[in-house]
Design a protein around this ligand. Structure first.
Ligand code: PGA
Length: 242
């Protein structure tokens, strides 16, 4: 694993945007796995700016989002569908036909998961997966547990995740308890993984994921088995690293 320590959140965002732009310069029809949450917001803002300045073109790109809440309508203000359009898709030229976010409407979730995994495979797998990390070491919504799923699946969100994400909702009770998430196998299948971390609250998770030990109770620690992972962490997130 390569660890890139930078001074600030702005630098995390800039380096992350550069890794996406670099891929697009090499491969116009790249397949990119995307993340939501506070951390990648700065990266999306920079990618939008690069697009407006004609530095990058998304017209042939396909995207797959990591996860989506179950039980929120697509157009709920806190759905990841809404997030992605607000921060990114509404401002760039990704072909709407090539945008993939798990559908969490009325369809049976098992069907949604199977279909999502098939689409991912049919697209030839991910060239790049952008990840954040939970304070509990989750990636996507793969929460710490005795066992983890390889493929896209339905998950019960951990109390810690519900607590952390309640800042986006009016109350804790409004945070959905379930989500659909790509599995660790779907994520590990990406040719390259770039994980972003910013702030003190992520320091323990970053230390544990880089510890040289692997445990399903720190799902991100499995990434140590991947051959091309870059962690971009600011000073606060990297502060417990040797
Ligand atoms: P955050 O979430 O970027 O909002 O901190 C990251 C995550 O939970 O994976």
């Amino acid at each position: 694993m390569e660890i890139v320590k930078v001074d600030s959140y702005e630098e995390v965002s800039q380096k992350a945007a550069e890794s996406v732009a670099g891929l697009l310069h090499r491969k116009q029809d790249a397949v990119i796995g995307l993340a939501t949450g506070s951390t990648p917001e700065g990266m999306y803002a920079r990618l939008v700016r690069m697009y407006r300045e004609n530095e990058i073109d998304f017209s042939s790109v396909s995207t797959f989002n990591l996860d989506e809440y179950l039980g929120l309508s697509r157009d709920h203000p806190q759905s990841y569908h809404t997030y992605m359009h607000r921060h990114f898709f509404d401002h760039v030229n990704v072909d709407p036909e090539r945008i993939n976010i798990p559908r969490c409407g009325d369809e049976p979730p098992e069907l949604v998961c199977r279909d999502y995994e098939k689409k991912l495979k049919d697209a030839g797998g991910l060239d790049l997966q952008i990840l954040g990390i939970g304070t509990n070491g989750h990636v996507g919504f793969n929460e710490p547990a005795a066992y983890l799923y390889t493929d896209t699946h339905v998950v019960d969100l951990a109390e810690e995740t519900i607590e952390a994400n309640s800042r986006f909702f009016k109350s804790r009770e409004e945070v959905p308890g379930k989500a659909v998430t790509m599995g660790v196998g779907s994520i590990m299948g990406a040719a390259r993984i770039v994980l972003l971390a910013s702030g003190r609250s992520k320091a323990k998770a970053i230390r544990d994921m880089c510890s040289g030990k692997i445990t399903t109770f720190v799902p991100a620690s499995l990434l140590q088995l991947h051959k091309d992972v870059t962690i971009i962490a600011d000073r606060e997130a990297a502060r417990l690293l040797p």
